[in-house]
Design a protein around this ligand. Structure first.
Ligand SMILES: [Fe+2]
Length: 127
């Protein structure tokens, strides 16, 4: 079982190198707070916020997953060179159709060198 890194309050970290390390691996979910039953709903996932992750041949973000509670929803795979072999932020839009009264979304990002990283949870009300 891989170690899963969970969101930390990066602003509380003293060392800049540690802020960078956590920030550039942590996926963020960007979507509306409400969705409509049976209608396509866009969920954007961006890996990193203020910092950028490398895109080297042996060190890159390999995949991003989207979960609703314990249910796996979607996955996007990447290879080295996706970002032109320059540091950057992997970004992907998932389109899902909600069928419940609420969702509790979570994203995971896998780095080829630094393991599995979890986003903060995002609650979405479904009307
Ligand atoms: Fe990494």
């Amino acid at each position: 079982m891989p170690r899963i890194f969970k969101p930390v309050d990066i602003d509380k970290e003293d060392r800049e190198s540690r802020k960078d390390y956590f920030d550039r691996h942590t996926p963020r979910i960007i979507c509306d707070d409400t969705a409509q039953t049976g209608k396509k709903f866009r969920v954007k996932v961006v890996v990193g916020n203020r910092y950028q992750h490398p895109d080297d041949h042996d060190h890159y973000i390999h995949y991003v997953q989207l979960w609703n509670r314990e249910t796996f929803l979607a996955e996007a795979h990447f290879t080295s060179g996706t970002l032109g072999n320059q540091a950057g932020q992997i970004e992907v839009d998932f389109y899902i159709v909600p069928g419940e009264v609420s969702m509790n979304l979570c994203a995971m990002a896998a780095c080829t060198k630094h393991g599995l990283w979890q986003s903060e949870e995002k609650e979405v009300k479904v009307k």
